[in-house]
Design a protein around this ligand. Sequence first.
Ligand SMILES: Cc1cc2nc3c(=O)[nH]c(=O)nc-3n(C[C@H](O)[C@H](O)[C@H](O)COP(=O)(O)O)c2cc1C
Length: 237
Amino acid sequence: MTTVTQAISERRSARAYLSRSVPVDLIRGIIEIARRTPSSSNMQPWRLSVMAGPDLDRLRSAVRQSLAANPAAEGSEYKIYAPHLKDPYNRRRIKCAEDLYGTIGISRDNKMARLMQFAKNFDFYGAPVGMILSIDRTMEQGQWADVGMFLQSILLLAHERGLSACPQAAWAAMHKTVRAHLELPDEYIVFCGISLGYADPSQPINGLVTERAPFDEIAEMRGFADEVRGAEAVLSA
Ligand SMILES: Cc1cc2nc3c(=O)[nH]c(=O)nc-3n(C[C@H](O)[C@H](O)[C@H](O)COP(=O)(O)O)c2cc1C
């Protein structure tokens, strides 16, 4: 049985999938458990649409038509990134892109190749299952955090079941086509898509292991009598 520690440590976003289909009960099982995700005042402000087979094919085809008419996509209904990303966030974002494109030999100045790789988002990276995660338009920042937790639950539960996934905010930029396909009421905003399936281990893009900032950059420990740090540690050595 996969532990929580293993799931968090081992899970990675997959961006190439085998054609092997995913049994519906496996997906239902993931969602059944993910329902237990905590949220502020237990509001559970998420809504999930899961597609496979002909339904997913129809969305893919609608998306291809939309991209043919407008390659710049449809614009997101929410700000996916801060308009002027400062460091260290911008530095990390650039590193992530460099490492990702590096796995498939796309250089920084090859804009066309990068664009074509980015467009694979709208094919759910070839996954047999595509999901759209939405949030009620009236929700505030606190509830967006809740939806993020629901997303993490799905990712970890998928990993536990031997599946891989990739959260994709890119789908927010295809909200009109998604809304029409799902008949999603106007009161919802498309937060992200999620590709789900069995990762193709032969594809170099799936070899990417992203870095994380070290402990001291993201956390501080205060008031612990047994915490020996920095200069104190050197002096006492
Ligand atoms: C909310 C969210 C949106 C994301 N959007 C995209 C996306 O549109 N396309 C993509 O390929 N990856 C996307 N990712 C994946 C991140 O790039 C990835 O999680 C990050 O680089 C860390 O790598 P890891 O998931 O392999 O640990 C997204 C992740 C999150 C949590």
